[in-house]
Ligand binder design. Sequence first.
Ligand code: GLU
Length: 474
Amino acid sequence: MTTTTIDEPSFRECVDLMVDRAISVIGLDEGTATAIKSCNSVLQLKFPVKIRGKLEVFTGWRATHSTHRLPVKGGIRYAPYADQDEVEALASLMTYKCAIVDVPFGGSKGALLIDPLQYERDELELITRRFAHELIRKGFLSPATNVPAPDVGTGQREMAWIADTYKHLHPEDINYIASVTGKPLHHGGIQGRVEATGRGVQYALREFFRYQDDVRSAHMQGTLTGKTCVIQGLGNVGYHAAKFLSEDDGVIITAVIERDGALINDDGINIDDLYNHIIDHGSIINFPGARLEENGQAVLEKACDILIPAALERQITLENADRIQAKLIIEAANGPLTYGADELLNKKGVFIIPDAYANAGGVTVSYFEWIRNISHIRMGRMSKRLDETNGLQMAAMLEELTGTAVSETFRNAVARGADELDLVRSGLDDTMRNAYTEIRETFLSNDNIHDFRTACYVTSINKIARSYLDVGAY
Ligand code: GLU
């Protein structure tokens, strides 16, 4: 997917060029650098499915970028513009992403060349099951080696079909339910996975605002509260990020860019109202809470504190980068900036929190789901009541020592054992904070690193290189 008419490197080349910046800072030998950057294997499939009485041939891919850790992990996207270059770029981003958030997986990605809106539910099920069948038979899908998840155009429903297809082919595999993540709750999914990427963006921004030096270098001051934000894409990631930031942190969403234009309201757009409007009307048009701007893409250039591209790759290119007025860009989508745009915006002094870190919340909670699945137990099941008893004992002891009764609110707070959602949120928050701190330390420790993306890749590639060097070649 490209919106640039200027001749710029492809998506995969852009990722590699960004990675090269980090590799030259590390001074990594050429062999190891090439080993890390190369996509290990790519499967291209063409398979027929009978749709409305006629055979249709579908094209799909699954790329495995790096197997330095297994399983490899990454979503499957359904899109009418998918191609191999995109799948390889996304697979490589998964490798760097997993390393940056200490998720012990390699990187992978899949895509099916399809416009899902053109098919009925039952047809999509048939196509998905057939695609999954091919991937399983060719060794590109299993709980131990390659675990897909949702991405653009797919969701819980598709993941349930994939898990069920794997179960039918491998009923003897006790971990069959871990063959895919992002499943519905009643099919082995985990609480908090749907909103995980958006929640991760929120946690990343909160962490950024804890460091006033970083806030100042983005030409801002203070906290998240009251900051203006333009968001592109109100899909799963964009919707949750915008909802959480506006509802929990007081961020003012001044514009939402969608396929059919953009909505602008400098006093703030109510995200749930807009989301419900889109569900009811299939479009942002005629939303009463904001002014419509037909040229949505131009609204990326609107002045704001925070710009969140949460749609697709290659949205900010050499064509529009110079006109971007945001002070901070946080990449909720994968690859929204081309290499050229990234260089230009760095020179302009725009602070960029890169995709490999910013949208890693999804794979982090996928990791929690996979652990839940292979341990065959809901998180918190063993400890919730114990926490409750300990909390009640603490409250009783406090009352005895002070001679005063504690309030009901306090008693309930200390006696509340953590459930699965609490644990997922805590694990995700901790992950996003630790990763930010690590990237920041890398950034501050080396005078040759001039931007946060390079710091992110240096941190990530150092970890991957260590694992390549420790094990050697086989
Ligand atoms: N598709 C998501 C991503 O790009 C999630 C991948 C996963 O959970 O494996 O990060």
